[in-house]
Design a protein around this ligand. Structure first.
Ligand SMILES: Cc1cc2nc3c(=O)[nH]c(=O)nc-3n(C[C@H](O)[C@H](O)[C@H](O)COP(=O)(O)O)c2cc1C
Length: 409
C-alpha cells in the first residue's frame, strides 16, 4: 500500500493480524529508529526519524513473545549495527511490544530542562514511524502511553533518573508482554550522563504505580478520541511511494523559498495527516493551527481546520512567525507553519501524565507531517519556538511543537 494512503487512513492494522516474524520486527526497527546512511563529508549518521537538535534521546527495545525466528525475551536495538541484543528473560504478557525509552541527558546537556520536550517529541516521532511500519506489514499496532512505570523500567534495565520508559507499541491485540520475567541487564548510556533533577521531577510526577492507577488514567482519557476521523482525499501530488522510500528520502530543510506557493489540497492534506490522534489509550491531545504565508487561494493568516476546510482565525505576518521560531529563517520563509497546540481543556497543563502523552502526540504528528511532506515532494523542518510570542502570533497561549513547510531554496 502506498504510504500516502496509510497516512490518510486508519493506520491500525487488521485486528486479527498475523503474529510478527523476525523480518517484520527488523523492518519496523529500521523504519522507526534505524540508521539509513552516513555523510561522506562529516561522518554524521542519517536516521529514519527527524530529531530536535539531532540528539536522538531515545532507545528502542523489543519484548518478544512468539515472534517467528526471534526467541522470547527482552532485546535492545542497536541502530548502528541494525542488530538486537538479548538483555532480559521473557516477559509476562500476550503480545510482542516495542518499548521506547527517553534518555534526557542527550538533549538536556545542550538544551537544559527544555530538552524534556525534545524527549517527548522524538519518542512520539519514533512511535509514528513504528505504527506506520507495522501497518505497512499488516500488523495491528497501537500506542499505549499508560503503564506501570517502575515495572517497565525494570523490564528494560533502565537506570533511575537517566532513562525513562516513555511509550509502548504492542504489535498485536492483547496484553503487551511488559511484566518483567526476571532481571534485565543495565545498558551503557555512554560517557557524561548527567542528571537533571527538575526533568526527573517533572517526569516522575506523571508516573503511574500499579494496574489501578493505569486503569484510572485511561478512564480519564476514554472517549476523548474517536477513531481517526476520515481525512481529506490523498492529493495526486502525494504519489504512491512505499513507506520505505519515504523514510529514506525524508530530511529536514533549513533553506526555504519565501516566494514558493503550495497547492491548497496539499496544505489541507498535511493538516489532516497532522491532526490524527495516536491510535491507543491517549485520546486526542493536540490540535493544529496553520499559518498560511504561501498557500494558493488562501489569504495570509492563521487558520484552523474545520469539517469543510480551513477557517481563518487571525492575521499574522512572516516577521511574527520568524520571531516566534526563535529568529530562524524557515519560520519566515515557509509556505505554511504548523503549530501543534494542546487540545482544549485543563488536562494537558494540569495532569503530568497527560502532559507527557501530549508531547508524544505532538511528536507523533511531527513524524507523520515529515512523511506527508516528503510524499508531496515538499520540504520541512521542525522548529523550536518562543512560548511567549504565541499569543500575539497565532492567538493561543501554548504550543506543543512547530514545523515549517515549504519548498527548498
Ligand atoms: C521537534 C523538532 C524541532 C526541531 N527544531 C529545529 C530548530 O529549531 N532549528 C533547526 O534548524 N532544525 C530543527 N529541527 C530539525 C533537526 O535539526 C533535524 O531533524 C535533525 O538535524 C536531523 O536531520 P534530518 O531531519 O534531516 O534527519 C527540529 C526537528 C524536530 C523534529
Amino acid at each position: 500500500m502506498a504510504a500516502a494512503t496509510l497516512l490518510s487512513g486508519d493506520v491500525v492494522g487488521p485486528a486479527a493480524g498475523r503474529t510478527p516474524s523476525i523480518g517484520d520486527v527488523s523492518v519496523t526497527l529500521a523504519r522507526c529508529a534505524g540508521v539509513k546512511g552516513r555523510s561522506a563529508r562529516s561522518g554524521e549518521l542519517f536516521r529514519a526519524v527527524s530529531s530536535a537538535g539531532n540528539r536522538h534521546p531515545y532507545e528502542v527495545y523489543v519484548s518478544a513473545r512468539g515472534v517467528d525466528g526471534l526467541p522470547d525475551g527482552v532485546w535492545h536495538y542497536d541502530p548502528r549495527a541494525h542488530a538486537v541484543t538479548l538483555i532480559g528473560p521473557p516477559a509476562v504478557g500476550e503480545v510482542t511490544a516495542l518499548v521506547i525509552s527517553g534518555v534526557p541527558w542527550r538533549s538536556c546537556w545542550r538544551y537544559s530542562e527544555r530538552g524534556y520536550r525534545h524527549v517527548g517529541w522524538d519518542c512520539g516521532t519514533v512511535t509514528a514511524h513504528a505504527v506506520l511500519a507495522a501497518a505497512a506489514q499488516g500488523l495491528p499496532a497501537r500506542v499505549e502511553t499508560a503503564f506501570d512505570d517502575a515495572a517497565v523500567r525494570a523490564l528494560i534495565g533502565a537506570r533511575d533518573g537517566a532513562e525513562f520508559p516513555m511509550v509502548l507499541v504492542p504489535l498485536g491485540d492483547g496484553t503487551p508482554a511488559v511484566a518483567a520475567g526476571g532481571e534485565a541487564a543495565q545498558g551503557d548510556l555512554g560517557a557524561g550522563a548527567e542528571e537533571f533533577p527538575l526533568v526527573v521531577a517533572v517526569h516522575e510526577a506523571g508516573n503511574l504505580r500499579g494496574a489501578a492507577e493505569v486503569a484510572q488514567w485511561r478512564r480519564t482519557r476514554a472517549g476523548r478520541d474517536p477513531a481517526l476521523r476520515p481525512t481529506a482525499q490523498v492529493p495526486a501530488e502525494a504519489g504512491d511511494e512505499p513507506l520505505e522510500l519515504l523514510v529514506s528520502r525524508r530530511r529536514s530543510t533549513r533553506r526555504l523559498d519565501d516566494a514558493a506557493v503550495i497547492p491548497p489540497a496539499a496544505a489541507r492534506w498535511i493538516v489532516d495527516v497532522a491532526s490524527a490522534a495516536m491510535p491507543g489509550d491517549a485520546g486526542t491531545l493536540h490540535e493544529v493551527r496553520v499559518v498560511a504565508h504561501g498557500v494558493e487561494g488562501l489569504d495570509p493568516g492563521v487558520y484552523r481546520p474545520t469539517a469543510d476546510g480551513l477557517e481563518r482565525t487571525a492575521s499574522t505576518s512572516r516577521e511574527a512567525t520568524f520571531r516566534t521560531c526563535l529568529d530562524q529563517a524557515p519560520g519566515r520563509d515557509a509556505a505554511a507553519v504548523l503549530f501543534l497546540t494542546p487540545a482544549p481543556g485543563p488536562a494537558v497543563a494540569s495532569d503530568p501524565r497527560t502532559y507527557r502523552a501530549a508531547l508524544l502526540a505532538a511528536g507523533y504528528a511531527l513524524g507523520r507531517i515529515y512523511l506527508a511532506v516528503t510524499a508531496l515532494r515538499l520540504d520541512c523542518s521542525g522548529l523550536t519556538f518562543v512560548d511567549s510570542e504565541l499569543p500575539a502570533t497565532i492567538g493561543v497561549q501554548d504550543a506543543l511543537a512547530v514545523i515549517a513547510v515549504g519548498v527548498r531554496r
